[in-house]
Design a protein around this ligand. Structure first.
Ligand SMILES: [Fe+2]
Length: 188
């Protein structure tokens, strides 16, 4: 069996987050073609982004992985960690805009609908570039420098975070949102 790495679970979560970005992209493409936005599916995407991608996943990176990297000498206020933290904040802002605009957009507010769509496009572009950088730069670095005992500690801490609830949702509930989106948009 290959060695457990400090980033395996986070990389697996990236695959789920990218899948939701692909579904959201498909929803927007269908809307652009037919002028019919699937608000229920957008709401699912926004919930997944807020609770799984941000609260659970970015929370683990910011509270667990990045401090270990800092302790090993990677600076927090410059270089890859600083860039990742900045992009997390940008992602949070896009998610908040989507969440705020969703209700009024549903009831026909055209300005809110256009804020929603713009923020969704912004989020998709941001998260794809962000995950590419994390997987290929920061996580490669983490896998090289984090020693085995720290790696084991991190993995059990990740598992602990996965036992929490996020606005009342368990990780299983959030995975069910992902499964529903993939079922509704199998070609995304
Ligand atoms: Fe990440």
């Amino acid at each position: 069996m290959s060695r457990e790495t400090p980033t395996r679970l986070l990389r697996e979560q990236h695959v789920h987050i990218l899948k939701v970005a692909d579904v959201l992209d498909e929803i927007l493409a269908r809307d652009a073609a037919a002028g019919d936005l699937d608000f229920d599916a957008v709401a699912d995407c926004v919930s997944f982004i807020r609770l799984f991608a941000d609260a659970l996943h970015h929370g683990k990176e910011e509270d667990l992985l990045f401090p270990e990297l800092e302790a090993l000498g990677i600076p927090r206020h410059a270089g890859p960690i600083a860039v990742m933290l900045h992009e997390h904040r940008q992602g949070r802002a896009f998610a908040a805009t989507m969440a705020d605009a969703l209700g009024p957009a549903r009831t026909g507010d055209a300005a809110a609908r256009s804020r929603l769509v713009d923020a969704a496009h912004g989020y998709i572009a941001l998260i794809r570039g962000h995950i590419l950088k994390e997987d290929n730069i920061l996580f490669e670095m983490a896998d090289q420098i984090i020693p085995d005992p720290v790696c084991r500690g991190l993995c059990s801490a990740y598992e602990g975070v996965c036992q929490r609830r996020f606005e009342g949702c368990t990780v299983t509930d959030l995975e069910a949102i992902l499964a529903r989106l993939v079922k509704a948009y199998p070609d995304a």
